[in-house]
Design a protein around this ligand. Structure first.
Ligand code: ADP
Length: 447
């Protein structure tokens, strides 16, 4: 096994990875920006190296600096976590050239699935259902308009390089199309320095259902069932559950097979997620693959008992997957709530600052993944996610009761958080019934 791993990330995911390494007897190296000198990941790792100033491009996105830190500390592998360099094929290639193991798929696979228009093409070729829309990437608004006319409105304009909901626009008729296309393309240029777009039919009130995949270097691919991530605000996930109340065993099998087929199609390795939208008639369509560990991975861990970070490390080391599909048993019910430092009363503006007082909930079936501590100064520079509250019960009803209790107990003073907002979601009758779709928050909680 690896003796030492460098974690090219910060916040709760860096802490999560350090913990997994520690359990595996692997030494850890944290990297931190100047503003993160006191951060928990910096303190918890066996070694810590400053990689630059606070701005991400100078630190957590600074490839040379991170590679240097790895070479200097003689770490054999890099775990990129999520965000930052996790889906950057150039970085994966640099690691390979420096004989450092990148804990994730190869640069080629990242490229193949990272371009969303390309990924749609690949799925079409192998027979994984995709949403009707463009077959090739589009750079001219007029070409997009022709496709929109053909598939019928509403349509969604999306960025090939997209992520985090950026570069997406919903359009309801011809008159709005060109203008919206240009706006989405501008946003895409600004965010990703890329101008390739694609068009999909806009599904009305779908659910977001994704499958967790694990694939080793010997062609073994398994899935760990689904996560229902329909509770979103502005296309960003807020609450994730596993399993989904709308997926029965035959549908799980069918979607799981499509997900493993998708992974096989690109000879995928390591952990990944195949995202689908599910319409009211239970038709499912591929939307994208994420070639990294995801924020919401703990809900799959809770219901399967499989530690995804440890599996990632094992796979990257070249070990064969020990778990076979028949051994994956989904039992109980898990729900995750993302706790963000943001102000729901002020349009969810980030709320950085010092944590003056903190109480994390605990008890049977309660897990908190966070990098918080009392006195911690949340910098304004990074993502506003502070913690993930994950609950596990024997069924959804029990999990919700635990979530209600745990959210009620959760105290973060000094900054504004979305804890009360999350509380209002999980107490809404429609949420309690499990009768939700991706528009639930917008329709019932926050216009
Ligand atoms: P990103 O990578 O930017 O997060 P995704 O393609 O994963 O973008 O889509 C994010 C969310 O946007 C989905 O979970 C869903 O709520 C919404 N969405 C995306 N495509 C469609 C579509 N064709 N129809 C309806 N909703 C969509």
């Amino acid at each position: 096994m690896f003796k030492k791993i460098l974690i090219a990330n910060r916040g709760e995911i860096a802490v999560r990875i350090i913990r997994a390494c520690r359990e595996m007897g692997i030494q850890t190296v944290a990297v931190y920006s100047e503003i993160d000198k006191e951060a928990l990941h910096t303190q918890l790792a066996d070694e810590a190296i400053c990689i630059g100033p606070a701005q991400v491009k100078s630190s957590y996105l600074n490839m040379e600096s991170i590679i240097n830190a790895t070479l200097v500390t003689k770490a054999e592998a890099i775990h990129p976590g999520f965000g930052f360099l996790s889906e950057n094929s150039k970085f994966a290639k640099m690691c390979q050239q420096c004989q450092i193991t990148f804990i994730g798929p190869s640069a080629e696979i990242i490229d193949k699935m990272g371009n969303k228009a390309e990924a749609r093409k690949t799925m079409l070729e192998v027979g994984v259902p995709i949403i009707p829309g463009s077959k090739e990437p589009i750079t001219k608004a007029e070409e997009g308009l022709d496709i929109a006319k053909e598939i019928g409105y509403p349509v969604i304009i999306k960025a090939s390089a997209g992520g985090g909901g950026k570069g997406m626009r919903i359009v309801y008729d011809d008159a709005e199309f060109i203008n919206n296309f240009n706006m989405a393309q501008n946003e895409t240029m600004n965010a990703f320095n890329d101008n390739e777009m694609y068009i999909e039919k806009y599904l009305v009130n779908p659910r977001h259902i994704e499958f967790q995949i694990l694939a080793d270097e010997y062609g073994n691919v398994i899935h760990l069932g689904e996560r229902d991530c329909s509770i979103q605000r502005r296309h960003q996930k807020l609450i994730e559950e596993s399993p989904s109340v709308v997926i029965d065993e035959p549908l799980r099998k069918k979607m799981g097979e499509a997900a493993t087929l998708a992974a096989h199609a690109v000879k995928y390795t390591n952990a990944g997620t195949i995202e689908f939208l599910l319409d009211k008639d239970k038709n499912f369509y591929f939307i994208e693959m994420n070639t990294r560990i995801q924020v919401e991975h703990p809900v799959s861990e809770m219901v399967t008992g499989i530690d995804l970070i440890k599996e990632q490390i094992n796979i990257a080391y070249g070990n064969e997957l020990k778990v076979k599909q028949k051994d994956v048993i989904i039992s109980g019910y898990a729900i995750e709530c993302r706790i963000n430092a943001e102000d729901p009363e002020n349009n969810f503006r980030p709320s950085p600052g010092r944590i003056e007082n903190l109480h994390l909930p605990g008890g049977n079936g309660i897990r908190v993944d966070s990098a918080l501590f009392c006195g911690y100064n949340i910098p304004p520079t990074y993502d506003s996610m502070l913690a993930k509250l994950i609950v596990y019960g024997k069924n959804r009803d029990e999990a919700i009761k635990k979530l209600r209790s745990a959210l009620g107990e959760f105290v973060v003073q000094g900054v504004k958080t979305n804890i009360d907002f999350q509380y209002s979601i999980i107490n809404h009758p429609k949420f309690l019934e499990g009768d939700v779709d991706t528009h639930f928050v917008q329709e019932y909680i926050y216009k």
